[in-house]
Design a protein. Structure first.
Ligand SMILES: NC(=O)c1ccc[n+]([C@@H]2O[C@H](COP(=O)([O-])OP(=O)(O)OC[C@H]3O[C@@H](n4cnc5c(N)ncnc54)[C@H](OP(=O)(O)O)[C@@H]3O)[C@@H](O)[C@H]2O)c1
Length: 255
């Protein structure tokens, strides 16, 4: 199957029009829009092609963003996918491994999480004062950098601008889960959604979806995307949506 990454799409924008990285969400979703089962015992259900697609996308990005529950429940380590994808990174003039950016409001990522054990890309933690001094000190011992926001939450617009200015991150792929996706989408900070639509139905009201958290109240407020491409492969569809309007403008216009 041809790659859903169109060849004309540069791995990094030549000149970013906004002072933050270009942000992509990558999600695998069932036919009924779930991203894991309600028990969260099944978290991986895409085909080998979908797995390859995940690593291809990572191979275009300076950094990966990941929420605490996804890290804890999947044991994700956020590497580069091995030699073949590492070579793609080199060809795109990217570092061998993507920077790993972890999101935890309360510092819940345990010290035994597999992500800490892998000496791959540097780890940056975004957290809040809610985590408390002890947990923040523990995160500082484990991570390369920790950025602490006030108790009322992480300012993702600020965090993304900081990642760009401090670390030169121009392109970032967010791998969820639903709560983190919601914060980014509501913030008007998502430029592209890569969605793999998989032939399963999980059901269950408690099963996480692409975007959970707070959401929008009305269609008028909802985030609009336009369908950029649809690539069938086997029993799956690989869809790419692009933000309808400049997401930065949406954020600036929000009350
Ligand atoms: N199918 C797929 O492609 C896919 C991809 C990713 C994940 N998943 C699945 O999705 C599930 C996890 O999704 P989820 O929605 O439950 O969790 P999540 O978004 O992965 O993580 C939620 C946690 O991240 C932190 N967080 C997220 N947004 C925040 C914000 N705005 N401010 C501060 N902290 C924030 C909080 O950590 P603290 O609790 O530490 O404060 C929060 O509890 C898992 O079952 C995983 O397998 C599926």
């Amino acid at each position: 199957m041809p790659s859903p990454l169109t060849p004309s799409q540069p791995s990094r924008p030549a000149r970013a029009p906004i002072p933050r990285p270009f942000v992509l969400l990558n999600v695998a979703m069932t036919a009924d829009a779930k991203i894991a089962t309600a028990t969260r015992r099944t978290t991986t259900f895409g085909s080998p092609r979908d797995q390859e697609h995940l690593y291809e996308l990572r191979a275009t990005a300076d950094a990966i963003l990941c929420g605490a529950r996804t890290l804890i429940e999947t044991g994700a380590t956020l590497g580069n996918g091995g030699r073949r994808f590492g070579q793609l990174r080199t060809a795109a003039s990217l570092s061998r491994y993507p920077v790993r950016v972890l999101v935890t409001g309360t510092g819940s990522i345990p010290s035994c999480a597999p992500v800490w054990a892998r000496k791959w890309g540097p780890i940056i933690v975004l957290t809040t004062a809610k985590a408390g001094e002890q947990a923040i000190a523990r995160l500082r011992r484990k991570a390369d950098w920790v950025r602490v926001y006030p108790e009322d939450g992480i300012d993702f617009a600020n965090a993304l601008a900081w990642l760009r200015s401090e670390f030169g991150i121009l392109r970032l792929v967010s791998e969820g889960g639903g709560e983190l996706n919601d914060a980014l989408i509501r913030g008007g900070l998502v430029d592209e959604i890569h969605l793999t639509w998989c032939p399963w139905v999980f059901g269950g009201q408690a099963a996480p979806t692409l975007s959970d958290g707070i959401g929008f109240q009305t269609l008028a407020q909802a985030a609009g995307f336009r369908l950029h491409s649809v690539t069938p492969a086997g029993n799956e569809l690989f869809l790419v949506y692009r933000a309808k309007i400049d997401p930065g403008a949406r954020r600036r216009a929000a009350p």
